[in-house]
Design a protein around this ligand. Structure first.
Ligand code: UDP
Ligand code: MG
Length: 314
């Protein structure tokens, strides 16, 4: 028997959950039919502090179906924490992470299982090839983000790769061995290495409910990624500092040798503003890394569990 852990982060997913559950059950049944009941499943739902009836539904589902287990957080800790909790809870020989809103179609799981089972790959993930239905400006920023991070970070982050991943236990253990609190999964998945098969998919609309992401959140998330997986911004500040020192030296030398002083109030104001601005920028960059050290050093847990299917209060 092989056990597959299905991990589903849920935040306010009361509308999507029943649809998702039906779909994942039919996929599990289909796989068992194909592989002569050689597969066991555990469905790990992580309730990330939902404010709707998500938890109530999970309680009911876990009573009806023994494959269903859940971890419920004391508040919203974010999808990264939810994925981590699911992976930590999982016992399977394989683990697959997917969204509750059916944007990651469960029907791809059998195909992913086959890729990994074949031994050729350790992981199968989806990669969206189109950004249909997404605002143009957002697509532009997303593409620029991948270009920037891949040019400054040693960890290659695949454009369009999603969190929908089917992994071997070995890869899951490697991910869990990374103790960092500032978790940027897209980077972590690729940092641990292993052979990944990317299945190309079209963008799928949400089954129900609405996304919690907006432009501001995505922008901040992309900065997280850059600061977590590259120290290039520190180098950029250093280089800017050097360039301005050289520039200042050149001006002094020019004045001394040619006797031509740089004149005028506007030039002075512009220079003061420019250099002041660059200094603040560089301090901000250094500050970002210091703030990461600060959160790591505090060592707070990534999430707090309030309830699971074993501790539920009636
Ligand atoms: N999610 C979560 N915690 C959050 C936000 C989202 O666990 O704080 C879950 C959500 O329930 C869904 C998945 O993460 O299963 C992806 O979220 P969403 O659909 O909002 O993001 P998008 O698909 O728009 O990137
Ligand atoms: Mg979604």
């Amino acid at each position: 028997m092989e056990l597959i852990s299905v991990i589903v982060p849920c935040y306010n997913e009361q509308e999507s959950l029943p649809l998702f559950y039906d779909e994942i059950c039919s996929v599990a049944d289909g796989m068992n039919e194909k592989y002569n009941n050689e597969l066991d499943f555990e469905f790990i739902f992580v309730n990330d502090g939902s404010k709707d009836n998500t938890l109530k539904q999970l309680r009911e589902m876990s009573e009806r179906d023994e494959r269903v287990c859940y971890v419920s957080f004391s508040r919203n800790f974010g999808k990264e924490a939810a994925m981590l909790a699911g992976l930590e809870r999982s016992l399977g020989d394989y683990a697959v992470i997917l969204d509750a809103d059916l944007q990651h179609p469960p029907r791809l799981i059998p195909q992913m299982y086959e890729y990994v089972k074949s031994g050729e790959y350790d992981c199968a993930a989806t990669r969206r090839i189109s950004r249909k239905g997404e605002p143009k400006a957002l697509s532009f920023f997303a593409r620029s983000f991948y270009k920037i991070i891949n040019s400054i970070s040693q960890t290659h982050i695949v454009d369009g790769a999603q969190d929908f991943r089917f992994m071997t236990r070995q890869m899951v253990d490697a991910i869990l061995a990374m103790p960092e609190k500032n978790r940027f999964s897209k980077g972590i998945f690729s940092w641990v290495g292993f052979d990944t098969k990317y299945i190309e998919v079209e963008n799928t609309e949400r089954a129900a409910g609405k996304t919690t992401w907006n432009f501001r959140k995505l922008f901040l998330y992309s900065l997280e990624g850059i600061f977590a997986f590259s120290t290039a911004p520190l180098w950029i500040s250093l280089i800017m500092g050097i360039v301005f020192c050289l520039l200042a030296a050149a001006m002094v030398i020019k004045t001394l040798i040619c006797g031509e002083p740089m004149e005028g109030y506007p030039v002075t104001v512009a220079l003061v503003c420019l250099i002041g601005g660059i200094q603040l920028f560089c301090m901000g960059v250094a500050g970002q890394y210091i703030s990461k050290i600060y959160t790591e050093i505090k060592g707070r847990p990534s999430y707090i569990i309030k309830e699971t299917e074993k501790t539920k209060r009636r």
